[in-house]
Design a protein around this ligand. Structure first.
Ligand code: 3H9
Length: 648
């Protein structure tokens, strides 16, 4: 029985038990309605508690049912039945109460949550809006501003924030179900407080409208966030029934649309990425302490992520000055989370208390995992791994964060190379979600499984890649840039390429990104590769010419753009360099339209993706899409180049 009714005197506990996440499947919905009917017609019952077994309260509608014809009772009907219940209903929430789960709770008459519970309406992440009253009931309880942030952003709030805004009534001290029953008893005999009958608290309409405009802008083409925000706004303008009808119509429309199809594909792709052929039944090893060598920008970012995830961490730098600078960098990253209000003073102190910074590699002796984040140089890293092999236990995992060196060659320096793996973080490492987990020729299944588990505990998305120059991500991005550069020679200008890709949904075009990162790093790489470059291969000189002119990017005040008081501006000097490059190759320039730019870049990405699949570097087409979305800003609502091409 996925829903059962359990009596405790006058309290009826309607218990949902539908593992793994108590999704509101048809059986759950029908079960809730049946249990409600029973509880409301039994004179011995005075109050009802809606609770869940297992790890969480309902985490949403059952995604597996999307795309199939809806079967009654649909979730809005269940919410209506809860709200109409004659006996008061108390939602008792633990774990992650999400989407349709939170909508069930909103339709109850009171709410209590475990201290560590979290709540959210993540429908926008699936290209949807809350479709069972979330946009209409949440503003009535939590206020318009909070409701708009929650429905449009899809983020979660914790129980403390939920009490503060009025979304829940109280936090359970001790056992949730016991506290819920005690709370419920106090409501026996009182009329149910129906959320839909509450007025929306007053709000600043001008500020809210400005916020909605900002949400549309930030969504860069994704429809759902603005739709969700506007529907929440409607809650203050129309009666509940009208608002619910508008919400339902929008939900049905979005569910049938391409953006939701793409985002639901991404949801499934993320779960698939963790299912690795060959690792079935391989248990990850326990990692209780972590070490990092190198506390530059990358090392400090990884360190902050490790500390955020709760591990004790030892960071080693080569001398006292570097150790001090590294320690300060880590401290500053963690403190930034405090000043922006994301973590408390206590949380900062707890994280920093787990950090040890040393100049002595011997301090890493007891670590279960050591990640190197030193200068990307073959000799430096080879010597380091030879040294680490002597210091740590023979079974401690050693990981390289190299971007461009060959991990198979680095593995040669490692004693017991089966414990060697690549962990390619993206910068800033404490923020960026993607980690490419590089399987070398010697990496054992146990090491790979452990690396994936570590990445998951870091709260990041791990995607397995084989070894090749640049792994999956930088190989794809190189193909992207190559095609963009060719279009510059043919007639496009950098700002036109950027505008086309920003209109496509990337937060920044490739040249604005390059200016931000600095042009010198890739220039140095090109100079190193010059001797071995195939002279028959087409080579675009524009980037080199910009560098020679001192245009090294934003930090130099000029790159593909010029920067005036931090603002990027189109620079005629860049057009001159680009046009000269075309003239040198006797190319007659022609206008390249935005849709051609977008189409050709997509094709270049897909072709490179096919090559990566053919070489066995990428295990699945969907992994390629995940890398582009999470590492390079490809708009998730388009699914990725392989999805667009119907390759998945
Ligand atoms: C919605 O509610 C619409 C309504 O407004 C209106 C309706 C009319 N359904 O992520 P995990 C599966 S839209 C079915 O690895 P975690 C998942 O596929 C929905 N299955 O665990 C996986 O299966 P498998 C709004 C679901 O602990 C397994 O559960 N809700 C659903 O890392 C474990 O998942 C959301 O968008 C679902 N709703 O994280 C919440 N959710 O093992 C989406 C999960 O076969 N879910 N599964 O691969 C999540 O964010 C995370 O899964 C959660 C657990 C935080 C709950």
């Amino acid at each position: 029985m996925v829903v059962s009714l359990n009596r405790d005197g006058p309290v009826a506990v309607v218990l949902i038990d539908n593992p793994p996440v108590n999704a509101a499947s048809h059986a759950v919905r029908a079960g809730i309605v049946a249990a409600l009917n029973e509880a409301n017609t039994d004179p011995a019952i005075g109050v009802i508690v809606l609770a869940c077994a297992g790890r969480t309260f309902v985490a949403g509608a059952d995604i597996k049912e999307f795309g199939k014809p809806p079967v009654a009772p649909i979730l809005p009907d269940v919410c209506a039945a809860l709200e109409a219940s004659i006996r008061p209903v108390v939602a008792a929430m633990h774990g992650t109460t999400l989407g349709g789960g939170l909508e069930l709770a909103l339709a109850c008459h009171a709410r209590i949550a475990a201290r560590d519970a979290q709540m959210g309406l993540p429908e926008v992440k699936l290209g949807l809006i809350p479709g069972a009253g979330g946009t209409q009931r949440l503003p009535r309880l939590a206020g318009m501003e909070t409701a708009i942030e929650m429905v449009s952003g899809g983020g979660r709030i914790d129980a403390q924030a939920a009490v503060a805004c009025g979304l829940i009534d109280r936090i359970a001290e001790g056992d949730l179900l016991e506290a819920a029953r005690d709370f419920a008893r106090t409501l026996i005999g009182s009329p149910p407080r129906r959320t839909g009958e509450q007025p929306v608290p007053t709000f600043d309409a001008v500020a809210v409208d400005a916020r909605i405009a900002a949400i549309d802008k930030k969504a860069r083409g994704q429809i759902a966030p603005g739709r969700a925000a506007r529907l929440a706004r409607r809650a203050a303008e129309v009666p509940l029934a009208e608002g619910l009808a508008e919400e339902r119509a929008a939900f049905v429309e979005l569910l049938a649309g391409p953006q939701s199809a793409a985002l639901r594909y991404v949801f499934a792709a993320e779960r698939d990425a963790a299912r690795i052929v060959g690792l079935e039944g391989v248990a990850p090893r326990e990692v209780t302490s972590v070490g990092i060598v190198g506390a530059g920008l990358m090392g400090a970012g990884i360190a902050a992520a490790v500390l955020n995830a709760g591990w004790p961490l030892t960071v080693v730098e080569h001398d006292a000055a570097a150790a001090e600078a590294g320690g300060t960098r880590i401290h500053d990253l963690i403190d930034k989370a405090r000043t922006s209000g994301r973590i408390s003073d206590d949380a900062v102190a707890a994280r920093l208390s787990r950090l040890a910074v040393s100049t002595d590699r011997a301090a890493l002796t007891d670590c279960d995992l050591v990640i190197e984040a030193v200068f990307d140089d073959q000799d430096v890293k080879t010597a380091l791994f030879a040294d680490l092999s002597r210091i740590v236990r023979p079974d401690a995992i050693l990981a390289t964060n190299t971007s461009y060196l060959d991990p198979d060659r680095l593995a040669e320096a490692v004693a017991h190379p089966e414990r060697f793996v690549g962990l390619h973080f993206f910068s800033p490492a404490h923020i960026m979600r993607l980690v490419e987990v590089v399987e070398t020729a010697t990496t054992s299944p146990g090491t790979l499984a452990t690396a994936m588990a570590v990445v998951k505990r870091l709260g990041k998305l791990g995607v397995v890649t084989g070894v090749c120059e640049g792994f999956i991500g930088n190989r794809l991005y190189t193909a992207y840039r190559r095609e963009a550069d060719v279009m510059l020679e043919e007639g496009a200008l950098p700002h036109e390429v950027d505008a086309a890709m920003e209109a496509f949904g990337f937060p920044m075009g490739p040249y604005a990104v390059n200016d931000m990162a600095g042009l010198d790093i890739s220039w140095a790489r090109r100079k190193r590769a010059a001797a071995t470059r195939d002279p028959a291969e087409p080579y675009v000189v524009i980037a080199d010419r910009l560098c020679q002119a001192g245009r090294l990017g934003r930090k130099a005040g000029a790159g593909y753009y010029r920067y005036v008081e931090g603002r990027r501006e189109v620079d005629p000097a860049v057009a001159a360099i680009v046009e000269a490059a075309s003239a040198e190759k006797e190319i007659t320039r022609r206008p390249v339209a935005a849709d051609e730019i977008q189409r050709r870049i997509l094709t270049a990405l897909r072709t490179e993706g096919e090559a990566l699949l053919g070489e066995g570097v990428a295990r699945r087409a969907s992994d390629i899409d995940l890398v582009l979305i999470n590492g390079y800003g490809f708009p998730a609502w388009r699914g990725g180049p392989m999805f667009v091409a119907g390759r998945t």
